[in-house]
Design a protein around this ligand. Sequence first.
Ligand SMILES: Cc1cc2nc3c(=O)[nH]c(=O)nc-3n(C[C@H](O)[C@H](O)[C@H](O)COP(=O)(O)OP(=O)(O)OC[C@H]3O[C@@H](n4cnc5c(N)ncnc54)[C@H](O)[C@@H]3O)c2cc1C
Length: 382
Amino acid sequence: MFDVTEKQKKTRTWAREFAESEIAPAASAMDKAGNFPRELLKSMFDAGLMGMLVPTEHGGRGAAMLEYVTAVEEVARADASAALVMSIHSSLVTALLAEFASDAMKAARLPSLASKSLGSFALTEEDPSEPTRAEPSGKGFAATGTKMYITNGTLSDLIILFAVTGEKTSEKDGKTVTRPELSALLVGAPAEGLTRKSAGTKLGLSAAPVGRLEFSGVKIPAEALVGERGAGFGMAMKALDGGRIAAAAMGVGIGQASLDAAKSYARERVTQGRPIAKFQAVQFMIAEAATRLEAARALTYQAAGMADGGGRVTEIAAQAKLFASETASFVASRCLQVHGGAGVVRDLYPVERYFRDARVLEIIEGTSEIQKLVVAGSELRG
Ligand SMILES: Cc1cc2nc3c(=O)[nH]c(=O)nc-3n(C[C@H](O)[C@H](O)[C@H](O)COP(=O)(O)OP(=O)(O)OC[C@H]3O[C@@H](n4cnc5c(N)ncnc54)[C@H](O)[C@@H]3O)c2cc1C
């Protein structure tokens, strides 16, 4: 494992100590119960993990991306559900507000998001052909529609809701094109007209509180608009660049946990009078897993370093997410194989949880297919 900077090294030690003592011991029970305990969330806030991307003047840690992804990696190594809770709150809520909100909105919202209030980012529609709309109503808006698979959705105190607030027309190739105008709006939760339910029992990342949010005429004041009206799509895509780098770090964390588990099992399991670590076939599985994992880590840090350098990181973020999530699945699968039958029995070894978590990572924050579209679009442009 390599750290690019001294600060990153310190962050790893800090995050690892917290993750190993506070998160890892609870991970298996949380997975089984499909529940994220509020006490754990409070300890993550108290430790400063949830405010990493909040600027220091608003009470956060003001961390660089490279430090933040290192913490996400360490949390994911202990429990990927906890890392998802942290990364959606940080990359998609606090980072978005820190970049796009007005000074007044930052001062009103960020201190609480750094210390105790959980955020969620509601973009995915239950039915994309009937998107959530926020119609002008009085001096503000009234939102109606259903958002699906929203991480932190059932527990959050603040939701960034992406809703259609009207239509935009533009000229393309001499023709007038009409497109929905997407805006980002802050909704405090609970709210009148908002019904929140679990999205259902999941294959993996099962402790993460992922919800279905139904908005029925939820009133939103005009001051809750983040940035300009109609600028929601651009903000969401920019936030997703950071979110995808964090998702890549989750893949690295899951991969590392799987590799650690496989190495320890290979040394302890004896067949035909020898630890299985002595068999070349097992060594090869470990070698392949370790090599691909290190490549995913390098790409993830490269993306994070580029984000810290400023400028656009859309392509490298999509590449890192694509490669690290698929690598996590590959590594977890190989490491499960090293466990033989013990790898597939619940409650025996954690590797089956890593395998399930990694599989879900290939879907969140844009599927692998969507990452490929982003990369190809960038490569073929111009
Ligand atoms: C655990 C979990 C947490 C999540 N958290 C959040 C969250 O916090 N906020 C949020 O807004 N969303 C969240 N999501 C939603 C997630 O981002 C979406 O599920 C994902 O982007 C896929 O969208 P979809 O489910 O609508 O699938 P669809 O878009 O219906 O896709 C179905 C299939 O079609 C393929 N496909 C779709 N469009 C194309 C295309 N243009 N070209 C090629 N293939 C295509 C997809 O790759 C996929 O294989 C979460 C999902 C999960 C499972």
